[in-house]
Ligand binder design. Structure first.
Ligand code: PRP
Ligand code: URA
Length: 206
């Protein structure tokens, strides 16, 4: 299922993020803030266990998160989303996956994966700002499922319809939460209107 946020704060920040005049420092700040907002929307259905807490005035019925959560940032561009989500879920584990998209074939190439042999989390949140052809997201989710992760959500900033369709076909059980669904891919696989190269814009390498 695709969830494209319609939250006013998300839409406002996305407009700033997309702007060609937004410098890397501001860009990184916006990626972090957008990741927090998307995390809030994507975790609406997390399980809780009841809890009782002593307040200065008495006893309150409360709740605690039950699910062990893993954040899976896809290097490089997913790194910028980690801090915002960790601020919301400080107990989350962070497991990095390194993939880059071959610029000629547009196929993902894996270069880093230190997942332990057994799964250590009950919910994996894949963090990657751009869902373009969907090749990188599909490969990441393939890796996580081979690892044994049974519950996976994808959190991104911008999706192209091509990437959404590909993920819906290959991993229909994975919900996709994005800040915006854009028009299309151009002939070299970039999202239009998009924001350009999310890794380069965060790290000043463009
Ligand atoms: C970008 C982005 C995704 C991928 C999306 O990474 O962060 O991982 O492209 O494209 P796809 O849906 O067509 O696979 P990139 O390969 O540019 O690597 P980087 O983050 O290291 O810059
Ligand atoms: N990766 C990016 O960083 N931007 C795009 O538009 C497509 C893939």
């Amino acid at each position: 299922m695709l969830y494209a946020s319609s939250h006013p704060l998300v839409r406002h920040k996305m407009s700033l993020l997309r702007s060609v005049s937004t410098e890397p420092k501001k860009f990184r700040e916006l990626v972090r803030e957008l990741a927090m907002l998307l995390c809030y929307e994507a975790t609406l259905d997390l399980d809780l266990v009841p809890d009782t807490v002593a307040t200065p005035m008495g006893t309150a019925e409360g709740a605690q998160l039950r699910t062990k959560i893993g954040l899976i940032p896809v290097l490089r561009a997913g790194l910028g989303m980690v801090d915002g989500v960790l601020e919301m879920i400080p107990t989350a584990q962070v497991w990095h996956i390194g993939l880059y998209r071959d610029e000629r074939t547009l196929h993902p190439v894996e270069y880093y994966n230190k997942l332990p042999t057994e799964p250590t989390v009950q919910l994996s949140l894949v963090l990657d700002p751009m869902l373009a052809t969907g090749g990188s997201a599909e490969a990441t989710i393939d890796i996580l499922k081979r690892w044994g992760s049974v519950r996976i959500k994808y959190l991104g900033l911008i999706a192209a319809p091509e990437g959404v369709e590909r993920l819906a076909r290959s991993h229909p059980d994975v919900d996709v939460h994005v800040a915006a669904l854009d028009e299309r891919l151009n002939d070299v696989g970039y999202i239009v209107p998009g924001l350009g190269d999310a890794g380069d814009r965060q790290f000043g390498t463009g």
